[in-house]
Write a protein that binds this ligand. Sequence first.
Ligand code: IPE
Ligand code: IPE
Ligand code: MG
Length: 252
Amino acid sequence: MSSSPAPLKPADLPRHVAIIMDGNGRWAKQRFLPRPAGHRAGVGAVQKTVEQCIARGIEVLTLFAFSSENWRRPAQEVSLLMELFMLTLEHETKKLHNNGVRLRVIGDRKAFAPVLQEKIKEAEALTRNNTALHLVIAANYGGRWDLTQAARRLAEEVEAGRLQSQDITASMIESHLALADLPEPDLFIRTGGEQRISNFLLWQLAYTELHFSPLLWPDFDEAAFSGALTSFAGRQRRFGYTGDQIERNPAS
Ligand code: IPE
Ligand code: IPE
Ligand code: MG
């Protein structure tokens, strides 16, 4: 691992970073290349970001790879993205495993080819005991899907007579979401210049610090990631308290 990150106190680092990796298509277009070339180049930025997270001791990295709306793209682009997902799993899983990365895929995977579903299961099983970094890939993921499946599971509990609707709490909803067992994202990054959530982690981003980068995803490098972390470190997270309350008791 080549990375020697700029110094930032561990207490100032996010535990969980969630990224919308946007701008691959425009990166390719700028170079008069077909869009798939941008997606391929994007894999390099994923590798660099994973290395950065490991080097800095960040616990969780969630990457938005394919949204539930991305099926609307031309069929050729969709199949290229699926193929790239498959190839990247094949090429990278062993290396991730050797680097202590635990891999998890969130999203409705039933829509994927059985062979891809199998590869995902294998990669998750192989890496399940790793602790250096929890790498979450959101694929065929949508925040609305996540909340809908949580609602459905709670409704099943009610139907079965195990739960009364008036007893449903926010933490019960949370416990049925895809990232239930992980800390909420502290820092959200979106590359590509757009300032929107695009149906990413709708519930979990409630108190996340947002950082928008104008860089296209394949150009998002170590300096850009450091810049996002430095910006995060300089913010005061208030969670509804006043600034004075937080200064008096930072743990409140
Ligand atoms: C993000 O890049 C990758 C995916 C959505 C799969 P885009 O493909 O959205 O790139 P732009 O936004 O068209 O430049
Ligand atoms: C969001 O990017 C999804 C991923 C990066 C996987 P999009 O490029 O699909 O988002 P919109 O369509 O511009 O909102
Ligand atoms: Mg885009």
